[in-house]
Ligand binder design. Structure first.
Ligand SMILES: C[S@@+](CC[C@H](N)C(=O)[O-])C[C@H]1O[C@@H](n2cnc3c(N)ncnc32)[C@H](O)[C@@H]1O
Ligand code: SF4
Length: 378
């Protein structure tokens, strides 16, 4: 794909953008094969990839420039601010809204936060789009409460032009640190969650809950997990690092019991609403650390299948040892980092690697998602 920002070295996020998608996916497959070369993989499934543009549902824009001329984008490698409202990773309607938000900041007269001078108010604009209805969750990350009134003053006009914006909130991030968001979240809309749907599963997105950034691929990933789990005909499942519940909710049913564990309380709230909407009652979602949850459980308690989908650091040795100890019939490991995946696989004992499939969740970058199915050795 062609990207003028990349060609002019203004944004270098998509390191592989000049390669056609099939070539990118081939290169990723080779990396994965190499990293798993110490293991015997019974079935390699065809990699899954999607369109090269318009796929991303989340924009994290740094607010730069000045109140009379704000810029939503990034600081380019040469230090100048660059507006990324035209970034082709976003669908066309999202690009249009990003432009309108630049105008919003100007009309509201909110001074962008200047990291060097440690002055200004507006740090980031975070925008998430649902693929099911093209609706939006819009968040303003501010240094203090000072500019909330200005946002409230301009908001009705924006919402009348873009009625698809359903949730609006302000996040207060008072520290100077390079973190994206703070503890305090103030809703400026009646609605507090964005409704999404992958396959036939209703999902909900709230501020501060992780959500997959490539709906087209995420839907196929969850569907594949559902099909692989169905082959195992389990009575009970654990979904560890479950986020808003995408994996577990695809695999559970009225008959199959599901326990979902996730550190973020916001995400657990979303998962519970989904389960209720789906009429699943053999489901329990709890906000806990996955390793603490799994440690010390006795074998009586063990589920037939465990799904894990950790952050980039992987599940770690301790959780690998717990899984080895209570030995469920199968483990599905969905990973966004094949390096930590390979390390973790070496620590899970007594399993064979039945299937592996690559999902190109992060096109144009070196990153990708892998789904692995482990079956207990008999
Ligand atoms: C890669 S995301 C996956 C989320 C979910 N499975 C999905 O498909 O959207 C990893 C999740 O792990 C959660 N997490 C991070 N550390 C955790 C921990 N120690 N225990 C439980 N969950 C954790 C994060 O909040 C995040 O939601
Ligand atoms: S993130 Fe957008 S602007 Fe940056 S290189 Fe990728 S496509 Fe281009």
């Amino acid at each position: 794909m062609k990207c003028a920002y990349f060609d002019q070295q203004q944004c270098l996020s998509c390191v592989n953008i000049q390669q056609p998608m099939p070539e990118q996916v081939n290169a990723k497959s080779q990396v994965l094969t190499q990293l798993l070369s110490d293991f015997e993989v019974e079935q390699w499934h065809q990699p899954v990839f999607g369109p090269d543009s318009g796929f991303r549902n989340k924009a994290k824009m740094v607010v730069l420039g000045a109140a009379h001329q704000p810029i939503l984008g990034i600081v380019s490698p040469d230090g100048t601010p660059v507006s990324l409202c035209d970034c082709k990773l976003y669908p066309a309607d999202m690009q249009q809204l990003l432009h309108r938000l630049e105008l919003f900041v100007r009309q509201a007269g909110i001074p962008p936060y200047n990291v060097e001078k440690m002055k200004g108010e507006l740090k980031f604009i975070l925008l998430t789009r649902s693929q099911i209805k093209g609706e939006y969750l819009l968040r303003f990350v501010l240094k203090s409460h000072k500019s909330i009134e200005r946002i409230e003053r301009e908001l009705p006009k924006l919402l009348s032009e873009f009625p698809q914006i359903k949730v609006v909130s302000v996040n207060i991030q008072p520290t100077h640190m390079a973190i994206l968001e703070g503890e305090e979240e103030i809703f400026l809309s009646q609605e507090t969650r964005l409704a999404e749907q992958f396959n036939d599963v209703p999902l909900f997105i709230r501020p501060k809950s992780f959500f997959q950034t490539h709906p087209h691929i995420a839907a196929q990933l969850y569907q594949t997990a559902r099909e692989w789990v169905a082959e195992l005909t389990p009575d009970s499942l654990w979904d560890l690092f479950c986020g808003v519940g995408g994996f577990g909710l695809h695999c559970a049913s009225k008959e199959i019991a599901l326990t979902g564990i996730e550190i973020s309380a916001e995400a657990i709230t979303c998962a519970k609403i989904s389960a209720q909407t789906m009429g699943l009652d053999k489901v329990e979602f709890t906000a806990l650390d996955s390793t603490s949850f799994a440690t010390g459980r006795d074998a009586e308690d063990k589920p037939d299948v465990v799904i894990v989908n950790p952050p980039r650091r992987g599940i770690g040795q301790s959780l690998c040892e717990s899984l080895t100890a209570f030995a469920p019939n199968a483990i599905l490991y969905s990973s966004c980092n094949p390096h930590t995946l390979a390390k973790d696989l070496a620590h899970i004992k007594g399993y064979r690697i039945h299937k592996v499939q690559l999902f190109d969740m992060f096109p144009h970058t070196d990153h990708f998602e892998v789904l692995v199915m482990l079956i207990k050795q008999s």
